[in-house]
Design a protein around this ligand. Structure first.
Ligand code: GLA
Length: 398
């Protein structure tokens, strides 16, 4: 039987040492420091960030590392331990549509900081990533946010920027330079996470409240299943969902769907009744925000079953009303629930990527195996799995 592959996060120290050595080999001199930022899973609250709503993400132990050294000559060199593709040019060369591929997530941050009139000089940068790429676990935000904390430390005046400002710069970098629309959830958790907690993020005012991850005291944990089915935010579906939400809000005379209280939902849906798509998109957003509130309360009570039920309801809403699930994600949810999970749902933007399941610690292996067997029965490649343990924010590691 094909077993699932568990992806474990490496130790900071081991990564740092080999990255410093590789940096010195490539650039002829060691870095001034190494910084890292985590990937994330969103426990609940999907497609709510760009609707001025709530979400409840957790930072993963899996991180992206960036080693950096300033250069006085305005030259920027960006390279990765994972791929041959690299970039070299002048600071002034960075602009919209001018940086192809993954280096855009690094150079975009440099560009965003320059817009703040910070004296950004040249840089040598080398990246080493341990957040699975294309899995809906925010490898992109881990890359932009690790770069942001590195530059904030090294550029004069960068230390005056708050984490919230850095998150805004990373969103701008991804939107404008990398051409990826993203709503802010991924960057906020990568920069503002608190170890041992999930973060209740409110996109009306960017407030972030840490909520203890109490499921572990009850003997439960969060299993992440990377379906390895293609997922990309640069495609049109994500943009189409945002556009529908904006249209619904504007038809209701609102700035964002997050302004609708769940008690006022029926009235709002009645006003949108001519357009079934807008009805369903709106119903998802408003009920999802309500589920996030319920999930935070369930965590405060350490009520695993209540949290699990909300997660599963979130999945149904994303699959039926928001239409962003996929056959692979649905199968993970179904197989996990059948084999003892208290709840399960897709996580991230959808259309592939990863799903999560709330499982007993001592059943994590058997649930992972049940999911892998269900995949094998369909002839699909074995998924990757990892355990999500709430970790700390982007920071300097050496
Ligand atoms: C992606 C985006 C986020 C958020 C989620 C859906 O991960 O980058 O901003 O919109 O999708 O919740």
């Amino acid at each position: 039987m094909t077993g699932p592959t568990f992806l474990r996060a490496p130790e900071d120290q081991a990564v740092t040492q080999s990255l410093e050595e590789a940096f010195a080999r490539r650039y002829g001199q060691g870095p001034e420091g190494v910084w890292s930022a985590p990937g994330r899973v969103n426990v609940i609250g999907e497609h709510t960030d760009y609707n001025a709503g709530l979400c409840l993400p957790m930072a993963l132990q899996h991180r992206t590392y960036v080693a950096a050294r300033r250069r006085p000559d305005g030259v920027v060199r960006v390279a990765s331990q994972q791929t041959e593709a690299s970039w070299e040019g002048q600071v002034d060369d960075v602009g919209p549509g001018r940086v192809p591929g993954w280096p855009a997530y690094v150079l975009g941050v440099l560009w965003a900081l320059r817009r703040r009139d910070l004296p950004v000089s040249g840089f040598d940068l080398l990246v080493d990533g341990y957040v699975p790429v294309g899995s809906g676990l925010s490898s992109s935000a881990a890359l932009s946010c690790s770069t942001a904390v590195a530059l904030a430390d090294l550029v004069p005046g960068g230390d005056r920027l708050t984490r919230q400002q850095l998150a805004a710069d990373c969103v701008l970098a991804e939107n404008v330079i990398a051409g990826a629309r993203t709503g802010g959830l991924d960057q906020a958790i990568a920069l503002r996470a608190v170890a041992g907690h999930v973060l209740l993020l409110d996109f009306r005012d960017f407030a972030a409240e840490p909520v203890p991850w109490t499921v572990t005291v009850r003997g439960w944990t969060l299993l992440v299943v990377d379906t390895r089915a293609a997922h990309s935010l640069v495609d049109g579906q994500y943009a189409a969902r945002r556009e529908s939400c904006e249209r619904a809000a504007s038809q209701l005379g609102l700035g964002a769907l997050g302004e609708i209280d769940v008690d006022a939902l029926d009235g709002a849906l009645f006003r949108l009744r001519e357009d079934d798509v807008l009805v369903r998109r709106t119903r998802h957003v408003v009920t999802e925000i309500d589920r996030v509130r319920g999930a935070a309360e369930a965590l405060r009570r350490a009520d695993v079953q209540a949290l699990g039920e909300l997660m599963t309801r979130s999945h149904r809403s994303l699959a039926d009303d928001f239409e962003v699930s996929s056959p692979e994600l649905d199968l993970v949810v179904e197989a996990a629930l059948k084999s003892g999970a208290a709840g399960a749902r897709m996580t991230g933007g959808g259309f592939g990527g990863s799903a999560i399941a709330l499982v007993r610690v001592d059943e994590m292996q058997s649930v992972a195996q049940a999911v892998a067997s269900a995949f094998a029965a369909r002839g699909w490649a074995a998924p990757y799995v990892l355990e999500a343990t709430p970790s700390g924010p982007a920071a300097r590691v050496s």
